[in-house]
Design a protein around this ligand. Structure first.
Ligand SMILES: [Zn+2]
Length: 409
């Protein structure tokens, strides 16, 4: 069987009241069907085909679900029962699974996407047509899965939580052999607090708002924890999940923009600092930032991968103290948090931008030593590239574009 890679695109749906009502009835029948299939199978089997043969007729007779949904129910029940069986094997307590989540499963047989941005979904009474909401900037990258023929629709989930309808569209494509041929241009990225990220092409992503949200949240959490009641505890948890959602969205935006920046400058490699050693972080940021860096690196990695851009990690040591122009390394090069001035050659720059160039150069030199398939690497700057020997080559005239989101830190 071929190997596939999988991606999910999350879209909001606009549905008429009738459509919404039909989807809710479908969900209620879905729950009933899951209960029926569980009654048939528990605790005898966890095999999807067996469960299908035991429960299919009952589902079709006692609910209004269509044939494909009946099959998807038996698959979902099989997977839930398998989880139970695994727990039992480990000696963990198990009970008969119940299905109450407000989510319905779809696949290409009961869901169709159309070019006009609509989707048709099977319900207990034929199909309903809904509008897919257009992507906001942050999730524009997900659109490629809808438009690119290499990706095909696979199992997807419709969530009817709260007021909103959300469709988690699953896509897959066959894993190809190495897609990166690459020209060896490296985009260096420095991660930090004041700026979440700065690229070697001088693109800055401010971290001020993010830091503000984290600080405010920490303040409220501390005061609620002093209250100590159960209600206060619940508020802390709710705030926590809201904060995480906000941070995730911001990190998605930034990671998308970093990958776009790499494409724009025709880079085949993105270099990030290796943050696996937590020690190097504590000096740079609060400990709580660790997961945000890790998440950002992961987002960059998978978004880059789908565009054939390789992500490499370099040792972070000294990137903020070293001069990107002459290589002189001294703590005193850092005049303050934001400014870098080299005591040796006098070069001065924004400190995070200087660090981003160092990150890129480290990957450039690293690529020179190993027999990289990307050949000779070059560091991508705003106005040209630098080769491992430090020689600068300007971009051809006319290829330079204005950076949209540039601002001094
Ligand atoms: Zn210098």
């Amino acid at each position: 069987m071929a190997d596939y890679e999988y991606r999910t695109a999350v879209k909001r749906l606009r549905a008429s009241e009738e459509a919404r009502a039909l989807l809710e009835r479908t969900l209620s029948d879905w729950h009933e069907a899951c209960r029926l299939a569980t009654e048939c199978a528990w605790p005898h089997t966890t095999d999807a085909r067996t469960i299908q043969s035991m429960a299919y007729d009952a589902i079709r007779e006692q609910t209004d679900l269509g044939s494909q949904h009946a099959i998807l129910v038996t698959k979902q029940v099989a997977s839930a029962l398998k989880t139970c069986a695994d727990r039992r094997e480990k000696g963990l307590p198990t009970s008969k699974p119940r299905f109450r989540a407000p989510t319905l499963t779809y696949d290409a047989r009961c869901l169709s996407l159309f070019d006009d941005g609509t989707v048709s979904l099977a319900t207990v009474e034929g199909r309903v047509r809904c509008d897919l909401c257009l992507p906001s900037d942050g999730e524009g990258y997900q659109h490629q899965f809808l438009e690119d023929e290499a990706w095909s629709l696979t199992e997807s989930t419709l969530s009817l939580r709260d007021e909103e309808l959300r469709l988690h569209l699953g896509f897959r494509r066959p894993l190809s052999t190495v897609e990166t041929a690459g020209n060896g241009a490296v985009l260096g990225v420095d991660l930090g607090v004041e700026n979440i990220a700065v690229t070697s092409t001088a693109r800055f992503f401010s971290g001020r708002e993010l830091a503000h949200v984290c600080r405010e949240h920490a303040k409220r959490r501390r005061s609620l924890e002093r209250v100590g009641s159960r209600a206060a505890h619940l508020i802390v948890e709710r705030l926590g999940s809201r904060e995480r959602r906000y941070i995730r969205n911001r990190l998605h935006e930034v990671s998308r923009a970093i990958v776009d920046e790499a494409s724009r400058y025709d880079c085949s490699i993105i270099a990030l600092e290796n943050l696996s050693s937590i020690q190097c972080l504590v000096s740079r940021a609060e400990f709580s930032h660790y997961w945000a860096y890790a998440a950002l690196a992961r987002f960059v990695e998978y978004k880059a991968e789908s565009e054939g851009i390789e992500v490499v990690f370099v040792a972070p040591r000294g990137t903020s103290r070293t001069c990107a122009e002459c290589g002189y390394c001294d703590q005193s090069n850092r005049r303050d948090r934001a400014t870098f001035r080299c005591l040796e050659c006098g070069a001065s720059a924004n400190a995070d931008y200087n660090a981003a160039k160092n990150v890129a150069m480290r990957a450039v030199r690293g690529g020179q030593q190993s027999s990289s398939r990307t050949g000779t690497r070059r560091c991508a700057l705003k106005s040209g590239t630098v080769n491992p020997n430090g020689a600068f080559h300007p971009y051809p005239v006319g290829s330079e574009e204005e950076s949209a989101d540039e601002s001094a830190a």
